[in-house]
Design a protein around this ligand. Structure first.
Ligand SMILES: Cc1cc2nc3c(=O)[nH]c(=O)nc-3n(C[C@H](O)[C@H](O)[C@H](O)COP(=O)(O)OP(=O)(O)OC[C@H]3O[C@@H](n4cnc5c(N)ncnc54)[C@H](O)[C@@H]3O)c2cc1C
Length: 289
């Protein structure tokens, strides 16, 4: 470990070292990756941690590997680099879009996949929502060892995760079909989305939807899959207005989050339209449109 001159930020040079430093609770250091969430702590009226453990030198958290049955994305992969790495993978268009349109160009070059997933209290993570629609698993490492768990489980337990735990990488099974990611913002670039819909599905030559996955972000406290809608549309012929109508009927499933940018009821009310757009997008990809 090397102490920087500021005295406030420490750099770990390996995963083991990072875990060992975080396990020392007297130091109370908090991991920092791109810093784009943490740098706005003051704006959110949150106290800054007494010190930070920079992960940027931890090589185990880097890398992007596409294999025949799985894709592995290192936690330090930036939004920008993820967008570039996914060029030429049409079945991952949704995730690539989430990486390419979230935040601003400058933020995207710093912000990491790990930070997007690990930020407790962040309701609108584009990348985590897109990864939910891809059945992602996460690998975490801490003093008690390394383990993998579904991303959905990780997101629901962010408040209780061990303080010495580091997210190492995200694993995605290779899936057939197409994906898309749509979001509604109130203004323009740099705005957090009011609602996010990320979908994946196989559409047959007769327009039947199968293996449908619908993930919703920003509407409730934590992004999640909309399983009731997935079940309702599975095996149905894709008809945009009917999909929208079913989404409208099932949107009672959501308890929208009130915040300064939009009331909860508004977030829920835009979901049927966003679902229709997201499904239309994958239908158009299939037609080469
Ligand atoms: C102007 C602006 C616009 C933005 N717009 C968007 C947007 O449109 N969509 C969007 O999704 N996000 C947006 N963000 C939010 C944020 O930048 C992203 O969520 C980003 O992915 C956070 O990554 P980071 O590496 O900067 O996280 P950091 O700030 O470094 O860390 C965030 C949290 O994650 C923890 N952490 C980071 N990495 C790890 C790890 N490997 N293991 C364990 N804990 C870890 C840190 O301890 C901290 O609690 C925006 C931010 C800004 C400043």
């Amino acid at each position: 470990m090397r102490e920087e001159e500021t005295g406030e930020v420490y750099f770990a040079n390996s995963l083991d070292e990072a875990i060992s430093i975080l396990s020392d609770r007297e130091r109370s250091l908090v991991p920092i990756a791109g810093g784009t969430w943490l740098m706005r702590s003051e704006k959110r009226k949150e106290a800054l941690a007494p010190g930070f453990l920079a992960l940027s030198n931890v090589s185990e958290l880097r890398g992007f590997h596409m294999e025949s049955n799985q894709i592995s994305i290192g936690a330090l992969t930036t939004h920008h680099d993820l967008g570039v790495a996914l060029e030429g993978s049409p079945e991952l268009f949704g995730l690539a879009d989430a990486a390419r349109i979230s935040a601003t160009p400058g933020v995207r070059r710093l912000a990491t996949v790990g930070g997007n997933i690990c930020t407790d209290g962040f309701h609108s993570p584009d990348i985590a929502t897109a990864l939910l629609a891809l059945d992602a698993q996460v690998e975490v490492a801490g003093a008690s060892g390394t383990s993998s768990l579904p991303l959905s489980e990780y997101l629901n337990s962010r408040k209780e995760r061990p303080l010495d735990e580091i997210l190492v990488r995200v694993m995605l099974p290779r899936m057939a079909g197409a994906t898309s990611h749509v979001r509604l913002t109130m203004k323009s670039s740099g705005d957090y989305p009011v609602a996010i819909v990320s979908v994946g599905a196989v559409i047959s030559s007769t327009s039947v939807l199968t293996d449908l996955r619908v993930a919703i972000g920003s509407v409730e406290e934590t992004p999640r899959r909309w399983t009731a809608l997935e079940d309702a549309l599975e095996g149905q012929v894709f008809r945009p207005e009917e999909c929208k109508s079913q989404a409208r009927d099932l949107s009672v499933d959501f308890n929208g989050r009130d915040a300064v940018d939009a009331p909860g009821s508004y977030r829920v009310s835009v979901l049927p339209h966003l679902v229709q757009s997201a499904l239309a997008s994958i239908f158009n990809q299939k037609r080469g449109g």
